[in-house]
Design a protein around this ligand. Sequence first.
Ligand code: DQA
Length: 167
Amino acid sequence: MKIRIINGPNLNMLGIREPGIYGKETYEDLCRYIREKAEELGVEAEIFQSNHEGELVTIIQEALGKADAIVINPAAYTHTSIAILDALKAVSLPAAEVHLSDVTKRESFRQISYAGMACREHFIGLGFEGYYRAMKAMKETVQSSQKVQKRDTQKTGTEFAKSAEKA
Ligand code: DQA
C-alpha cells in the first residue's frame, strides 16, 4: 500500500523556522521519522515537499493511480488554497490533514482549513506523531474499503450464480 505524504511551504525549514512553535528537529528528521513509522506500519511512504502551490496541485493530481491514500500538511496554503482543496476532491483518494502545531489555538487567519474540507481525518498539534497517526488511519481506511470491495465482488458473483441457476 502506497501513501503519498505531501508537505507544503516552509516545512523544509523545520529546525530553523520558529523553533518555539515547530521544535528543533529538521525536515530530514521528519522524513526519517515518517519512513521509520511507515516501515513499522507496513506501508510505503512517498514523501514530497514543495514551496509552490501549483506544484502541490500537480503532486496531488499525480497521486491518482499511483497512491492509495494521501497525508497532507499544506502548511500556509491550508488557509488560502482552494486549488489544493479542488485537487484533493478531484482525485478523491482518502486523505488525512496534518499540522505540527495546534492551529486551532493560533491566529484567526489559521482558523480556516480549505484542504481539510476534503480530508476525512485531521491530526492537529501532535508534532511528528500526527504523521504516524495519519498514516495509520489511512492504512485502516484503505484496508476496510478493500474488504468492502471484496465482499461486493463476492456478492455479485453469488448473485450471478443464482441468476444463472434460475435461467
Ligand atoms: C502548519 C500550520 C500552518 O498554519 C503554517 O502556515 C505552517 C505549518 C503546521 O504544521 O503546524 O507552515 O501547517
